[in-house]
Write a protein that binds this ligand. Structure first.
Ligand SMILES: Cc1ncc(COP(=O)(O)O)c(C=O)c1O
Length: 413
């Protein structure tokens, strides 16, 4: 089918391409006419590879409800992620909801104050649970000492986050969960493809939740999954994502709808073939950033991830966070604005977080999460994705150098 026919078809039914969504980057070019460099860009299959699979989906007329491609993707991901069981979901957020419902029926859940709202909004919205926020360690992961100190007789679970794809202190958290008989769920939204020794990161804890959102290392446009080593938990996850139906005649749980459709599963299968190359490209760019920023030696900037501090871990280079020391020549917000003025989108991630958004006032004791607050106010993620080139990397480094007057360019106001 030619694209002309497709377009005519759209016009006939009154659905032309919306004018406000341009074909390429949604951002304008910068003053020098260069394309915007976005913080991320989705991994996408070739149209030629997509077309035969999508036409097969149409021919099968089975477009959702655990179809051929969704089952194939589940199988492929079990293998890729080196886990025993896996349930696809419509998003990471829905995956978190499924995992928590499957494992932590109610009570207090100890979690990190440094994450994305999806980590805790489900817990906050429903009075069955009460999230108890604790601080991060000297990196970005939840502090196991703080977790243990926060446990009360009402605590039922721990929800830890592998922020930026960096594994939490796995052994310490597992020890705490075992000692206190708590369920341990990991928000592994950022950690696709990370391995620790021979083990996939999704094989730790009672369950791990991955996001397959377009901004992630691996995507199905929107989507996610929950991994678990327990057959009983997998059964429960499958029930919960399908309205609680065990079969046509039996509703066995208060489930919702978390199923993945066939079109997104096709995107996932094709992206899975490209994801290792994408991780390799990201790794090369991250090394270049590190080398060039170290050469510049800007004293206000600290690089957030040092692979040398994670021996035996295959990192996925999902993000390149830098910390900008407050009180220096330029602060984090100043650097973000400076880069934006030069057509570079760097993201304040995670900002706002529990300690920095007025919405969460009263949920933690002021001053009790100092590392979390500092990280939220000082961290900036530089652009990093598989479609970037080394020249893009240089452009960012040059702009950072300019912000601090490290190469003669006027420094940011
Ligand atoms: C740490 C974390 N958890 C959960 C999510 C939610 O994932 P999704 O966008 O697939 O719902 C995100 C999304 O960016 C995230 O960063």
């Amino acid at each position: 089918m030619g694209s002309g026919r497709t377009r005519r078809g759209m016009a006939e039914i009154g659905h032309a391409r919306p004018a406000e969504v341009p074909a390429g980057s949604p951002f304008p070019r910068d003053a020098a006419g260069r394309d915007w460099l976005t913080v991320t860009s989705p991994l996408l299959p070739e149209l030629a590879d997509l077309v035969p699979l999508l036409s097969d989906v149409l021919e099968r007329r089975w477009v959702t409800n655990h179809g051929h491609y969704a089952r194939a993707l589940e199988e492929a991901l079990v293998h890729y992620l080196a886990v025993r069981g896996l349930a696809l979901s419509t998003s990471g957020t829905v995956g978190l909801d499924l995992a928590v419902r499957a494992l932590i029926p109610d009570g207090e859940v100890v979690t990190t104050g440094y994450s994305f709202p999806a980590t805790w909004h489900g817990l906050l919205e429903n009075p069955r649970w009460r999230p108890v926020f604790v601080d991060v360690d000297e990196g970005f992961g939840i502090d196991p000492e703080a977790v243990e100190a926060a446990i009360t007789p009402r605590t039922r679970g721990i929800l830890a986050v592998h922020a930026y794809g960096l594994p939490c202190r796995l052994a310490r958290l597992e020890g705490i969960a075992r000692r206190h008989d708590l369920r341990l769920v990991y928000d592994a939204a950022h950690a696709f493809g990370v391995t620790v020794g021979e083990r996939g990161i999704g094989s730790f804890g009672d369950a791990s939740v991955f996001s397959f959102h377009a901004t992630k290392v691996f995507n199905t446009l929107e989507g996610g999954c929950v991994t678990t080593g327990s057959a009983a938990t997998l059964d429960r996850l499958r029930l919960l994502r399908n309205f609680g139906f065990r079969n046509e005649n039996e509703v066995a749980a208060f489930g919702s709808n978390g199923k993945m459709d066939e079109v997104r599963a096709v995107f996932g299968l094709l992206n899975l073939e490209r994801v290792d190359a994408a991780i390799e490209t990201r790794g090369a760019l991250a090394r270049r950033y590190r080398e060039r920023l170290e050469e510049l030696g800007i004293e206000e900037i600290e690089i957030g991830i040092d692979p040398a501090r994670h021996p035996g871990v295959r990192l996925n280079h999902a993000y390149f966070p830098v910390s900008v020391r407050p009180g220096g020549r330029v602060d984090r917000d100043g650097l973000a604005a400076w880069l934006r003025d030069r057509g570079i989108h760097a993201r304040k991630y995670f900002f706002p977080t529990v300690t920095t958004a007025p919405l969460y006032e009263g949920l933690f004791v002021p001053g009790s999460l100092p590392r979390c607050e500092r990280a939220s106010r000082t961290t900036l993620c530089l652009p990093l994705h598989a479609a970037m080139t080394e020249a893009d990397c240089e452009r960012v480094v040059d702009a950072v150098a300019g912000a601090f007057g490290a190469r003669g360019e006027a420094k940011a106001a």
